[in-house]
Design a protein around this ligand. Structure first.
Ligand code: CAO
Length: 422
């Protein structure tokens, strides 16, 4: 079966993580993604944190599968001419250079439209156009700080109570995913109007979009003065006095209290924990699971509001119940009662998880230089499409092929190579 995005040609002018994550997704679903890289060096992630000497680093391979690689120095006149031809023949150009880099290269939005009025130009920047920080270059953690994730993650007191960064790529890959949605929207728009458009996602906005419930909490705090589901309520109300959303440790982000609880072996295994959610309507099953049927009718426990002052005691009771059970045994017990919970899984456990292998969420990909590598496959599953992950390209692997497709003769390609334009 042909893949849904087959026939869509994308100039992938991206590097590091935010842009490549977006274009990789589109490549999985069938788009022809041509990664344009500087001759000699290419995407900086090819050589960052290498685990095998002289082989593309996993940082690169895991974000650039299913693409073709064209080396092109777009600062030379000849390189610019090649890019112009490519722009004329492509549907989408994705870039995540520092602010103004594309304009400095001579490819302003006006020029791109002149070359191809149907072109969709998709950009990631740290901040949105016109923002007072728009000139800043931004990496992952900078975005997490600017988008509200860092101020709301971590602990509100104690030695390590400062703003905290999440290990999940909220700034990078998350922004790329937003951009992919924008590109597909603009593409559908173009099918109706024939016109391309500019699509932009700032990393700050993409992080903020994922911090929606924290903004909800700020608005509630402004109105009500406290947040009853936060661990500070009701014993540490001083943390609400400045009316700024405090960090909530491992508390549940929605209306359901939750916490990370120790299981058997936590003293030596850093991941011997489960997450347990005290779902309001599952209170009776929770009491049954814990062998505390008296809590089902005790007014001090029957409503979420009544339970909140005792929430630490409730979590301590669950911890006591699971202290002689592994995280998997604990979850096996609670799943019978329909309680939302899961073990805290390490990267090692996820890498070897059979279900993830079976579903294609973790895949092994043969690679010309590395031998093979494991990578994360498509998290989006379809009934009529099985995205197959193929190796990331070697630097310039498809240069000749792409140039020939643009009409260059072997001799012209050799000349371009001679002057190091490709
Ligand atoms: N041929 C010739 N020149 C090329 C080229 C090519 N094929 N590809 C890129 N370049 C040039 C650009 O023209 C630019 O040159 P100038 O600055 O002289 O105009 C330069 O290479 C790239 O600059 P940059 O600012 O993008 O790169 P950087 O390493 O200094 O900064 C980053 C990296 C990520 C901080 C910056 O690109 C950025 O802020 N991007 C937007 C936000 C973003 O996506 N960040 C997430 C990255 S993932 O963590």
């Amino acid at each position: 079966m042909s893949k849904p995005l087959e026939g869509i040609k994308i100039i992938d002018f991206t590097h590091v993580q935010a842009g490549p994550a977006c274009t990789q997704l589109l490549a999985w679903f069938g788009a022809d993604v041509i990664k344009v890289e500087r001759p000699g060096a290419g995407d900086v992630t090819r050589s960052q944190l290498r685990d095998i000497p002289d082989a593309d680093a996993l940082y690169f391979t895991m974000l650039n599968s299913n693409k073709r690689s064209l080396t092109l120095d777009t600062k030379t006149q000849q390189g610019k001419e090649v890019l112009e031809k490519l722009i004329r023949e492509s549907d989408v150009m994705v870039e995540n250079f520092g602010p103004g880099a594309l304009d400095r290269m001579g490819f302003t939005w006006a020029r791109i439209q002149e070359l191809n009025p149907g072109m969709i130009l998709a950009s990631v920047k740290g901040f949105s156009e016109g923002h007072h920080f728009e000139d800043l270059k931004v990496y992952e953690n900078v975005a997490q700080c600017a988008g509200g994730a860092a101020s709301t993650t971590g602990w509100w007191k104690g030695e390590n109570s400062g703003p905290t960064i999440s290990a999940a790529a909220l700034g990078d890959s998350n922004t790329g995913m937003h951009l992919a949605i924008g590109i597909l929207t603009a593409y559908v728009g173009r099918l109706k109007t024939g016109k391309g458009q500019k699509v932009a996602v700032s990393m700050q906005d993409a992080v903020l979009n994922l911090c929606r419930v924290k903004m909800r909490d700020q608005l509630r705090l402004d109105r009500v003065g406290y947040l009853e589901e936060y661990p500070q309520y009701p014993h540490e109300m001083q943390y609400f006095e400045d009316k700024v959303v405090p960090r909530g440790g491992n508390a549940g982000g929605g209306g359901q209290p939750g916490w990370i609880l120790k299981c058997k072996g936590w003293e030596t295994d850093p991941n011997a924990y489960i997450y347990f959610t005290v779902q309001g309507h599952a209170w009776d099953p929770i009491c049954d699971a814990l062998g505390r049927p008296e809590w089902k009718t005790d007014p001090a426990y029957t409503t979420a509001k009544a339970r909140q002052p005792h929430i630490d005691e409730i979590f301590a009771t669950i911890e006591d119940f699971i202290k002689d059970k592994t995280k998997f045994e604990a979850v096996d017990i609670f799943r019978k009662y329909d309680i939302p919970c899961a073990p805290v899984l390490s990267m090692k456990e996820l890498l070897h998880d059979e279900s993830l292998r079976k579903s294609g969420s973790i895949v092994e990909v043969p690679h010309k230089v590395r031998g093979s590598y494991y990578t994360i496959g498509s998290p989006i599953k379809f009934s009529d499409l099985k995205p197959e992950v193929s190796a990331s390209p070697l630097l310039g692997e498809h240069t000749d092929e792409v140039l020939a497709g643009l009409g260059y003769t072997p001799q012209q390609i050799a000349e371009l190579r001679e002057i190091r334009a490709v």
